[in-house]
Design a protein around this ligand. Sequence first.
Ligand SMILES: [Fe+2]
Length: 317
Amino acid sequence: MNCTVHIDSRLTDAERRARLYAGDIFIFSPNPHSLQLVALAREMIEQAFNGLDPLTLSETLPVESVVEVLRTLKPRFIHHPTCKQLIPALLEHCGADLDKVYFDVPRLRTAYPSHFLSSGIAYAFHPHRDTWYAAPAMQLNWWLPIYPLDRENCMGFYPGHFDMPVRNNSETYNYYRWNEQSRASAAQHVRADTREQPKPQEEVKGPSLRYLPPPGGCILFSGAQLHETVRNTSGVARYSIDFRTVDIDDVKAHRGARNVDARSTGSTLRDYLKASSPGEHLPDGLVGEYDDGSEGQASILYFGDRLVRENQEPGVQ
Ligand SMILES: [Fe+2]
């Protein structure tokens, strides 16, 4: 397939979404709002590690101490009230209509040198589509590095697989069950991760494409895009922010990337917050159109925000 990479595109939001659902990737230069978001993350990271260089912690701290700090740092960032102001501002800057776009809470991700820590709270993601993890077809991912990237320490994309099925076991993944059983325990998986996750069941042929925007720059891509955390052989840590968005018109129209191979159950749609009014979720009736019967009891429906706050969000998808 054809994958076009757009740099600082001037397409309208609707045109851009259509291109994203067809497999294109968009890259944006830093803007004042993304730079503020990155500055907030840097300040929190550097404070949490007491002035130690966050990029070289693998040389200065035992792995358990790093995990201990991340256990409180990540949820603090995720639920920081300033994030709920900066993300809508960033989206508006990039042309989104704040009455139509919904976002989920931003994740702070960490990728340490792979010999040091690559599981649990700093999980290194094998090639996957977010749709294998119950993301809706119209989910878009916004990904921003906090410090300069290295080609051995970034995200990898396989756009050639966008419309080509990859053998996988996503049928094992149900979003509600995952929230209930696995998420809260991620910080315990320091050395090895035993949680079952959707993975390719065949070798994914590379090479992966790696885009290296500067800190505060952004990669925007469809949740159906096959991507991975590149195994970190750079010797320094990588810190990044990502969040997801959906556009309500596309949710209503059931419009998004074509599903070529995802069989996960449940839906993350209940996690999204209205950009112009972040206390508001997508309407229940609309989300109900995506229910597949696995939603079960009402008590396990509204996880995204609440559960992560209570159980201190691990670095999960
Ligand atoms: Fe992902």
